[in-house]
Design a protein around this ligand. Sequence first.
Ligand SMILES: *Cc1c(COP(=O)(O)O)cnc(C)c1O
Length: 444
Amino acid sequence: MSTGGPSLPQQRTLVTEIPGPESLARLDRKKAHVADGVGTTLPVFVVAAGGGVLVDVDGNSLIDLGSGIAVATVGNAAPGVVQRVVEQVQAFTHTCFMVTPYDGYVDVCEQLAEVTPGDHAKKSALFNSGAEAVENAVKIARVATGRDAVAVFDHAYHGRTNLTMAMTAKNMPYKNGFGPFAGEVYRAPMSYPFRDGLSGEEAAARAIDHLDKQVGADNLACLAIEPIQGEGGFVVPAPGFLPALAAWAADHGILFYADEIQSGFCRTGDWFASEHEGVVPDLLSLAKGIAGGLPLSAVTGRADVMDAVHAGGLGGTYGGNPVACAAGLGALAEMREHDLAARARAIGERMTARLHALQEAHPVIGDVRGRGAMMAIELTTPGTLDPEPARTAAVSAYCHQNGVVTLTCGTWGNVFRFLPPLSISDALLDEAFDVVAEAFAATA
Ligand SMILES: *Cc1c(COP(=O)(O)O)cnc(C)c1O
């Protein structure tokens, strides 16, 4: 058994091609036994991970710029997470909180009330996946308001279950052929400064007019929005957009619901991305970075809103599993003890400098955007807004072959998103961006 965590050698080491022969053999087994619909971005089979590296079955050590999609924010096998998980597994693994409760669940809810925006009374309910949290946020919003309609935005991503597919914007690969979708979901135009050139106030006025005329403010239960969009392309709305929407929602009894599943838990340099614009959501859905890799998600919101639901109306067999809660408490402790929000800001400054330098050299990089350790570049034909997905794929392939795990995203598949674990060293981060720079030069 391999031991991961921060004590792994923090270096990029390639001893075979990527993927190597051992990974290729396992890939054949995957093809034989795993449904084709479950894809892989970079098919190296991992045996250990920690700090800023992933080690594969061939003995290659790759630099991680993805954190398993913004999940391993505190680092893989982070000591505070591992220790609490081991202790919990030895004590008990499951009772079902709805049958016989335990402290870990309540402790997580208590801490979520502390770290989320706003000092009003808050309560939480725990679930397993991000999509499940989104589904429950909508259930709660509907009961609390007595209204049905849900507003979502262009480029939004909220998950792969039936309701959350309806809320997600992009057809391929998330929705194609999987309909019919849930009703009463209405899509409004997003603020996308690189593409629309609108100020936050202008973009908000456009979205509000759209919702007012096509849905009617009085029919809306909630306005669901990612304060920085994830899968949709790390779109950061223009300043003023979120506050204007929140103010309009408040004026019309619409709940402002922030989906911070990707942007939360120190990723953007503060506990939550809503805080950068002083927005205090009525409801939040939380997952990904919450528990150092174990499946845990939450809806946290105004106590009066959360308590609107009848007893027994919320729950699930595994929601807030004790081991996942122990991991969540460990991850929260790591974030506080190591001031990971500050680390995210430092990583963000380092990445921003590298990405601006890269943009000077390669005009195919149309936009550099993001916040903290959630940064992206959008590739377009120079001087236009025409997406460059082929170049994106070529740069990506070069990075992977050279031992750097990069992720793409965006409605047009032309955005690189950089989500390193906050446990990565400056030296590894610099080396990773050396490889990214080489990749742009090699594919020019
Ligand atoms: C990943 C994600 C989800 C879905 O989370 P799952 O755990 O994959 O179900 C929902 N919303 C946002 C913003 C996400 O990034």
